[in-house]
Ligand binder design. Sequence first.
Ligand code: GLN
Length: 485
Amino acid sequence: MHDKTLSELSALLEAGEVSSVELTRHFLDRIERLDGTLNSFITVCRESALAEAEAADARRARGEAGPLTGLPIAHKDIFCTDGVKTSCGSRMLDNFVAPYDATVVERLKAAGVVMLGKTNMDEFAMGSSNETSYYGPVKNPWDTTRVPGGSSGGSAAAVAARLAPAATGTDTGGSIRQPAALCGITGLKPTYGRISRWGMIAFASSLDQAGPMAQTAEDCALLPQAMAGFDSRDSTCMEEPVPDYRAALEQPLEGLRIGLPREFFDEGLDAGVKAAVEAALAVYRELGAEMVEISLPRMSLSVPTYYVVAPAECSSNLSRFEGVRYGYRCEDPKDLEDMYLRSRGEGFGAEVKRRIMVGTYALSAGYYDAYYLKAQKARRLIAEDFRKAFEQVDVIMGPTAPTTAFGLGEKADDPVTMYLSDIYTIAVNLAGLPGMSIPAGFSDGLPVGLQIIGKYFDEGRLLAVAHQYQQRTDWHRRLPDACAD
Ligand code: GLN
C-alpha cells in the first residue's frame, strides 16, 4: 500500500477499498519499524492520527469527503500545530507546544488530512544536510551513510522511505527542492505569497515559502489546492485565485520553450548529475519542447546576496527567543542580562548563532548600506535576469543541486562548501519565483533531481511539465531496497 501515490490512495479511499484508519495505521507501523534508523520524525502522533483517521472515515460515510479526506501526511516541524510540540529542530523550542495551528496545517486539517507527525529539519531551517538539527541528523534512505539534504530533510526522507505518502516542507533558499532531489522525490516551492506563512516559524520572511513534497507532480498538485489562497493573517499572502492544479496537468508540451541557463551547467556541476539532467532534457525534446540557450548573468551573485539577506532577516526574526515568553530558559540566571545571554547561548546551535552574528553585523549602523542595501540591489538585478529570460522562454530547467547526496559529516565543518549546495536554487527565492525538483535518474545509485523554474504564479504549468515527464519515466516510482516492504 505504501508504494501507492497520494492520488492513488485518494482513489482507494473514495472507492471504499481502504479506510483512513487502515491507511494511517499502515504508515504509523512503517514509521515505528523503519524510522529508528532514518530519524526523519521528531514527533509521531499515533493516537491523534488514529482519532483523526476515524473522524475522516465518519465524514466519508456521511458523504462529506473531499479528495484529501483521510489521507495521512507529515508536517515539517516548522509549522505550528495546536497541542503538538513544534520544535523547529532547535533546543530553543524543545519544550514549545503551539496553542494554534499554522494556516497550512489548519487548512489541510479542514480538508480532512490526517497528521502522522512532525518531521526532523535543520535548526530553524538553516542548513542543507539536516545535520544542524538538535534531534540529530536524518539519514538518506538510499544510503544511510549520507545526508538527505536540508532543511526539509526529514520530510524528504520520510516520503522517500514511504513512511508518509506526502509531507509539507518550506523553502527559503532551496529547502524543499534540494532535499527532494537528494532523496529522489518531487517537491514544489510555490511563488512567494502563494501560500500563507502564518504560523510557520520565520527564518527569512522575504524568502520563506511553504510547499508540498510527495512522490509525483500529480500529488504535488493535490495538496496546494487546500494549502494555497489568501490569508489576511499574512500581509505578504497574495489575493490571487487558486487554479485547479490537477485539471492543468494534461496540458501538452508541444511547442514549450525551455530555457537552459549557461550558468547552470558550469564546471561546478558533477558529471553524473549533468548526464542525468541531459537525459531528462532529451525526454522533453521528444515530447515536443524546444530548447533555448539562455543566460542569467548575475547568477554568481545569488549565494553571496542570500547570505546577507537571509542572516539579516533571521537576526531580526530570532530576537524573539530570549528565554522570557516561551521556549528555552537557562537554569538559575543571575540577572536579566545573564538570562538573555545564557538562554540564547545554550538554546541555539552553532549555525544559528553564526547567522545571527552575520546578520546583526550586516544590519548595524555604518554597515547597513555596504551590506544589506547592496544585497537588496543585487537581489533586484537577479530578479531582472529572470524577467528578461522569461521573455524568451516558458520555463527554465537545470540541475537542482550540484551533486548527489554527500556523506554525513563531509561538509559539516565547512559552512561555505555547505552553502554552495544551494547554488542553483537560491536565486529562485531571491526572485520570488516558483520552482520544482523532480526525480530524473540516478548517479552511482543516488537520486538526481531536475529543477524546473517558472513564471510568477505559473505553478500549474510547472506541475504539468513535471507530470508529462513522469508519464514517460518511472524514476519517481523507485524506492530504496531497504524500504521496499
Ligand atoms: N540551505 C539554505 C540555508 O541554509 C536554505 C535553507 C532553506 O531553504 N530553509 O539557508
